[in-house]
Design a protein around this ligand. Structure first.
Ligand code: ASP
Length: 583
């Protein structure tokens, strides 16, 4: 090897005496006058280099003194034991006594420090992403992502899945999120769309007989960017034929547990299962965080008819028990009240009951309820002395959502949401349809290809909103990691579904004729799911944000700051694409 015999993370005390060649970037130099050290960095680690006035050649010292941060050099030297060892890095027991330095390339002074904690702001680091990517935390994230993708492929290969690519230039459809579109030069006035997911293609693959398909695939959605959404993101996309919902859940629970084992050396317990209705009732969320309890208790029967109009007028009175919080001060309770009253949460107020350690009960509704009354509340919560009950009331759906936000806040405050503890579950039996007040029509909650539960099909005409779907989500720590469904494979039912969603027959044929046609040629029962790969990787690392788990992400306005995209294109290109009338 001309450039290196070893990497900068490789050498140990047992290598002492060896002559080695290393190449890398100068992390820093320390010049103590007669002694000079250089930290040399590459993807694998940092190795300390050493020079001494009098011992090392004058020319070497002068090259060393001219090196700046991030200069690229190749060195030759001898591994020797360090006098003062650094237990924090694997190469901390050795240093290299230099015999030669070759400058491979100089570097401008980087605009931020290439350290674990950089002084650069978000935008600056994105502009110089290649410098940001040199930092340990990002390197570790991408290494984790790599290991996850390899482990995914090896597990699915072991289960007989074929990795098959589907096209990126497809057809725009009105359902779902907004499409990114690409003008077709060869077909004036016509557009491709970038796929929001390979959904219909993977179903077609099932019709084609490839009964186990997967793809680690980029998906594109032109949504208004909420925090931590990326316009392009990656899914582990999968589909299987001749399977029940149970088969799909078991297969992908297997994948997730395999990843935890391979990548994190963790044995996670079998996933809990919870239907959507239960998740909403107990946690006010279809993605409950099960790292902690605080399940909801409903209190209507105890709350009503005590001349407390707020409860009397409420559709639902519901609360949680925060164990061990009875000592919360006035100030802390006021802060919680302010928290639930924030417009983003939207509650009108907060009622509390303190079950004090001495057994007494104190509440914010003492005026309306006797101690005996409140004892019943405490029993309902199964509370112990020392607990604090927090209660919200109002319209049913809104109140559950508000209490979900409060429950998560309490989980945070009490340190119950350790990012490195993992509590996965399947949420099943989602509603098939969602009513939209604004457009006065039903939308598919998952997508239009999801099948209704056979026992609910009779409700499709009479009470569509009540129909449950064979749809499921994988949820880990309150994060929806992915979801899928058993699909419709019957042309008649699929047509009926399109018509429920407001498509005329003609529109359905126009948009999805290829699928309806395929269903006429022996479509097998099938189902599958997709897992958000960026999100899953971030979660494995204990992070909320996906941005630093993508090598080249976009910022919050959907821009790539490094390459400065999107950008205008030349008139000539516009003309060629038929996007401008030629003068
Ligand atoms: N295509 C679906 C999605 O992207 C996942 C699935 O149903 O398999 O959400």
């Amino acid at each position: 090897m001309t450039f290196r015999t070893h990497t900068c993370g490789e050498l140990r005390l047992t290598d002492s005496g060896k002559e080695v060649t290393l190449s890398g970037w100068v992390q820093r130099t320390r010049d103590k006058g007669n002694l000079l050290w250089i930290d040399l960095r590459d993807r694998y680690g940092i190795t300390q280099l050493f020079l001494q006035e009098g011992e090392s050649k004058a020319e070497l010292l002068s090259i060393a003194r001219s090196l700046g941060r991030e200069f690229v050099i190749k060195i030759v030297g001898v591994v020797s034991e360090r006098e003062s060892k650094n237990p924090n890095i694997p190469t901390g027991e050795i240093e290299i006594k230099l015999t030669s330095i070759e400058l491979l390339n100089a570097s401008k002074t980087p605009p931020f420090t290439i350290e674990d904690k950089s002084d650069g702001g978000d935008e600056l680091r994105m502009k110089y992403r290649y410098l940001d990517l040199r930092r340990n935390p990002l390197r570790q994230n991408l290494a984790l992502r790599h290991r996850m993708s390899i482990a995914t492929r090896s597990y699915l290969d072991g289960q007989g899945f074929f990795e098959i690519e589907t096209p990126y230039l497809i057809k725009s459809t009105p359902e779902g999120a907004r499409d990114f579109v690409v003008p077709s030069r060869m077909n004036p006035g016509e557009f491709y769309a970038l796929p929001q997911s390979p959904q219909t293609f993977k179903q077609i693959l099932m019709v084609a007989g490839y009964d186990r398909y997967f793809q680690i695939v980029r998906c594109f959605r032109d949504e208004d960017l909420r925090a931590d959404r990326q316009p392009e993101f990656t899914q582990i996309d999968c589909e299987m034929a001749f399977v029940t919902q149970e088969d799909v859940l078991n297969t992908f629970e297997g994948l997730a547990r395999h990843l935890f084992r391979e990548v994190k050396n963790l044995d996670v317990a079998a996933f809990e299962r919870m239907d959507y209705a239960t998740a909403m009732k107990l946690y006010g969320s279809d993605k409950p965080d099960l790292r902690f309890g605080m399940a909801f208790e409903e209190l209507n029967d105890l709350a009503k008819n005590h001349d407390f109009s707020i409860f009397d007028e409420a559709e639902l009175v519901v609360g949680i028990n925060a164990e061990g919080c009875s000592e919360y001060s006035r100030k802390q309770l006021d802060a919680l009240t302010d928290f639930v009253k924030k417009p983003q949460v939207g509650a009108k107020g907060l009622v509390y009951i303190k079950y004090n350690t001495d057994g007494s009960i104190k509440s914010s509704i003492d005026k309306y309820f006797t101690t005996d009354d409140l004892k019943k509340w405490v029993d309902r919560f199964n509370a112990k002395p020392g607990d604090l009950m927090l209660i919200l009331s109002g319209r049913e759906e809104a109140t559950r959502k508000q209490l979900n936000v409060l429950r998560i806040e309490m989980g945070n405050q009490l340190g119950l949401r350790d990012p490195l503890v993992f509590k996965p579950l399947w949420v099943t039996d989602f509603p098939l349809l969602e009513w939209n007040e604004e457009s006065q029509r039903f939308y598919a909650m998952h997508h239009p290809f999801t099948s209704p539960k056979p026992e609910d099909i009779h409700l499709l005409d009479s009470d569509p909103g009540k129909v449950r779907a064979n749809a499921y989500d994988m949820v880990i720590n309150g994060v929806e990691v992915g979801g899928g469904s058993i699909r419709i494979h019957d042309r008649g039912l699929q047509k009926r579904m399109f018509s429920l969603l407001g498509f005329t027959d003609e529109e359905a044929m126009n948009q999805f004729g290829f699928l309806l046609n395929a269903f006429e040629y022996g479509a097998p029962p099938h189902g599958g799911l997709a897992l958000g790969f960026d999100r899953l990787t971030a979660l494995f690392a204990g992070h909320d944000s996906i941005r630093d788990f993508i090598a080249f992400p976009k910022n919050n306005s959907g821009r790539d700051i490094m390459i400065d995209s999107p950008s205008p294109i030349a008139d000539e290109q516009l003309n060629e694409l038929h996007l401008r009338i030629v003068q």
